[in-house]
Write a protein that binds this ligand. Structure first.
Ligand code: ADP
Ligand code: MG
Length: 218
């Protein structure tokens, strides 16, 4: 099991009082499996992904990533696990503006001590980025930027890829193309994929789908 969430709950403190967002979530994913997480805006999809990435703590329940229980790790331990095991892809691309496309692509793999020039070249070619390596992120289209973000994540061979509405900022045709590339490359690495989307059409392309509503998975 790459990730196992058991009875996970999360309540935010807000000015209006406590807001229970997740309430007894159970979810598991094996290597090579892809799962779409759907739900209305505000249903807690991003919260669940942040917990899975160790970017925030649940109030209750257990989250085990690649055999390590998150609550037993300190901040350093969680950061190390994130670097070595987890890959994150966001709607806003989050590329480093001062680095070229080539340097962005290699960035996480270098941090993780897993830079492999041959795999890096393969990713650049497959993602149609090989003629853009000397450019900067601001000189790319949205679809091109997201292809860099996907390549950067997969260059480090994560066991778990967490993607939060990865095509949310792209038009429909570009979304389909980027999703196809992401799915085929993730499958090649054998990683488990947890993808948040509010599109049922995109969700249908993954192995399984769960729907988040009223803090629970249906
Ligand atoms: P989704 O990704 O499904 O749109 P989110 O997980 O972002 O939903 O948010 C779920 C709910 O929790 C929303 O009502 C949102 O306003 C609230 N929320 C998210 N983050 C915080 C936070 N840090 N503090 C307080 N409330 C939050
Ligand atoms: Mg969200």
């Amino acid at each position: 099991m790459v990730i196992a969430m058991t009875d996970v709950s999360k309540t935010y403190r807000t000015a209006e009082g406590p807001l229970k967002v997740l309430d007894g979530i159970d979810l598991t994913l094996k290597s090579g499996e892809s799962l779409a997480l759907t739900g209305e805006s505000g249903s807690g999809k991003s919260t669940l992904l942040h917990l899975a990435a160790g970017l925030d703590h649940p109030d209750g329940g257990r989250i085990v990533i690649d055999g390590a229980e998150m609550s037993t790790l300190n901040d350093r331990g969680r950061a190390a696990l994130r670097r070595s095991t987890v890959g994150l892809i966001f709607q806003q691309f989050n590329l480093i503006p001062s680095l070229t496309v080539g340097a962005n692509l290699a960035f996480h793999a270098r941090l993780a001590g897993r830079h492999d020039p041959a795999w890096n070249d393969t990713l650049a070619k497959r993602l149609g980025l090989d003629s853009l390596l000397a450019r900067y992120p601001e000189q790319l289209s949205g679809g091109q930027q997201q292809r860099v973000a996907i390549g950067r994540t997969l260059a480090a061979w994560p066991k778990l890829v967490l993607a939060d509405e990865p095509t949310g900022n792209l038009d429909e045709a570009t979304s389909a193309q980027v999703l196809n590339l992401m799915l085929s490359l993730v499958a090649e690495t054998g990683a488990a994929l947890l993808m948040v989307t509010h599109s049922l059409k995109l969700a249908d392309r993954l192995d399984r789908r769960v729907h988040l509503t009223a803090g629970r998975i249906a």
